[in-house]
Design a protein around this ligand. Structure first.
Ligand code: BTN
Length: 322
């Protein structure tokens, strides 16, 4: 697909561009434009004025995603599938070859999408970003908590960039805007590490399942218009790559700061269920390497390693233990 032509038309902001201006002979242009239209890009022809861009394709466009992506590690290869059981499964299957480090798998639809704790993750076809990144992290980055934070921070940054609204992280893996979940992260370890991201994009409020009306949202709901998911994917791949490269270079202070600053409940009274006990206190600080710091009701500072935290909720919302 002729991506430079697509971008030239798109960047004209709806203005007609003359055939002479586009610098191609009429026949060649006809072929290129027909290909864009066949893919689903909305274009308008005018006999004298030329061609105008009217809207993005509904489908994910691999050529556009890879075009001048400029990443060093993540997205060196990008595969888009129409319908798969789970993109995480496909990425895990590709882990037999180290050459697939940084591979990005995307799907228009999943038939057995997974969330955390055995929950299902479903989204209408062509509505969302359903993406898995295969990584072979060095030992110091292989912690699932670090990789989850990487996915959550990158996704929160993208959500914020596209909606202009602050995106927060609900420990450990939800990205939320105004308390509503817009994305979830699922890291799975096998031969490599698979970073799975489900981001609600082109879903209207009416299309959200009845039981999620209050608790979920999408980029379209937050922006009031559908987005080109290929562009959302590009920004997501770039943010993941940037944070991952920092990690590879031994500097995860930035990721830690971004994660900490976006963490919901910081400064509030929380109930933390660990693998061995329930602790109440104020969530004073959080660090990807050292875990949570709680100021307990007795006034002590308690350090709780992240790996020991089973769940954390605002104390008022926390289920009463009996
Ligand atoms: C959660 O919030 O529980 C995590 C949801 C993760 C969903 C994504 S969608 C792409 C990837 N493939 C899956 O099967 N799951 C993750």
């Amino acid at each position: 697909m002729n991506i430079p032509l697509l971008l030239q038309l798109r960047d004209a902001g709806g203005q007609f561009l003359g055939i002479d201006y586009l610098g191609m002979d009429r026949d060649r242009l006809g072929v290129e434009v027909a290909e864009l239209e066949a893919f689903g890009v909305a274009l308008e022809w005018h006999p004298y004025l030329g061609i105008a861009y009217r809207g993005h394709a509904e489908r994910l466009c691999p050529d556009l995603i890879e075009w001048s992506l400029g990443t060093q590690h993540v997205g060196r290869r990008v595969a888009v599938w129409n319908r798969v059981a789970s993109t995480n499964d496909l990425a895990a299957r590709a882990a037999g070859s180290l050459a697939n480090d940084g591979l990005v798998i995307l799907a228009e639809e999943q038939t057995a999408g997974r969330g955390r704790r055995g929950r299902a993750w479903s989204a209408p076809a062509q509505s969302s970003v359903l993406m898995s990144v295969l990584l072979f992290p060095p030992a110091w980055l292989a912690d699932p908590g670090w990789l989850t934070a990487l996915g959550a921070v990158a996704t929160a940054e993208v959500v914020e960039a596209w909606t202009g609204q602050p995106a927060r992280i609900k420990w450990p893996n939800d990205v939320r805007v105004e308390g509503r979940k817009v994305a979830g992260i699922l890291v799975e370890r096998g031969l490599g590490a698979v970073l799975g991201i489900g981001l609600n994009v082109n879903i209207t409020a009416a299309d959200l399942p009845a039981d999620l009306q209050e608790s979920a949202t999408s980029l379209q709901v937050l922006r009031v218009e559908p987005l080109d998911r290929s562009e959302v994917v590009r920004s997501l791949i770039r943010r993941i790559d940037a944070h991952y490269l920092n990690g590879l270079n031994g500097d995860d202070a930035l990721l830690n700061a971004c994660w900490r600053d976006r963490l919901e409940l910081r400064g509030l009274r929380v109930q933390v269920q660990t693998t061995s006990e329930i602790i109440h206190g104020c969530l004073f600080d959080a660090n990807l390497r050292h875990g949570l710091t709680l100021k307990t009701d007795q006034g002590d500072a308690r350090q709780v390693p992240g790996a020991e935290v089973v769940s954390m909720a605002r104390a008022e919302d926390a289920p009463i233990s009996i």
